[in-house]
Design a binder for this molecule. Structure first.
Ligand code: PGA
Length: 270
């Protein structure tokens, strides 16, 4: 990751895995630009230097907040990565309501969530569209955080592994190995999102191992070892530490518990 102006610390590589931990805040459709500024200021005030060294912290606000947060993060030399929750794959044109990867990259966005289960289920995004978005994010020199995960029905039908390997393999097919090493995948079982019932650490780790195995079988062991895999779904300050202790997992994608700066700071510090 590129150092910001000034002396802000860079996250250290996890010696157990050789990968840099990432904790990403997915605000979903919450917090207007004024609220966003307050939350980020408060979060920055709460966190210690050692928190920023422990992991990369990425904030994913609604599109309309991004410019305000870019100015705040730059002017106060905060060591947050700026993120987005979605994008469109075309560069420009008659796509009413959409935002291109070039537009996000111009705003200093580093990480873009792609294929979140709410995009898949509410907005009917399929694996083919998500693959185009992954490629577009890489083409604009940003990092996709590709979300994958099975629904409760798929899980009870014993289809979890099939779903994960299909979602991962379709999304990465068109990406070259050199670029793909930078990918982040968030394993988010749909039944765990916003439910208050997270996956067990074992299930989350098994899901991550399956995802890494899928990448290895399509690309290479080297690429599979480089990709960072997060867990997401009802993560709180009470369980974040357990997930971060798993050597299969490189971090967390946090929804509800990232909206309150006290909760989110506690979750990172745990
Ligand atoms: P949650 O959401 O932490 O509120 O379960 C996670 C997500 O949807 O990314």
């Amino acid at each position: 990751m590129v150092a910001r102006k000034g002396e802000a610390p860079l996250p250290k590589v996890n010696p157990r895995t050789g990968r840099t931990r990432l904790i990403a805040a997915n605000w979903k459709m919450n917090l207007n630009h004024l609220e966003a500024i307050q939350v980020v200021q408060k979060l920055h005030f709460k966190l210690r230097t050692s928190d920023y060294e422990y992991c990369e912290i990425s904030i994913h606000p609604p599109f309309v907040d991004i410019r305000s947060l870019q100015l705040l993060i730059d002017s106060d030399r905060m060591n947050f990565s700026l993120g987005a929750q979605n994008c469109y794959f075309e560069a420009k044109g008659a796509f009413t309501g959409e935002v291109s990867t070039q537009m996000l990259s111009k705003l200093g966005v580093r990480n873009v969530i792609v294929g979140h289960s709410e995009r898949r289920s509410i907005f009917q995004e399929d694996d083919g569209l998500i693959a185009k978005k992954v490629k577009a994010v890489f083409d604009s020199q940003m990092i996709p955080i590709l979300c994958v995960g099975e629904t409760a029905d798929e899980r009870s039908d014993g289809l979890s592994a099939d779903v994960l390997s299909r979602q991962v393999s379709t999304a990465i097919k068109a990406v070259t190995p050199e670029v793909l090493s930078n990918l982040v995948i968030a394993y988010e079982p749909v039944w765990a999102i916003g439910s208050g019932t997270p996956a067990s650490v074992k299930d989350a780790s098994d899901g991550a191992d399956l995802i890494r195995g899928t990448i290895e079988s399509i690309k290479s062991k080297e690429v599979a070892q480089a990709v960072r895999i997060l867990y997401g779904g009802s993560v709180t300050s009470a369980n974040s530490r357990d997930f971060l202790e798993s050597s299969s997992l490189d971090g967390l994608l946090v929804g509800g518990a990232s909206l309150d700066p006290d909760d989110f700071a506690a979750l990172i510090e745990a």
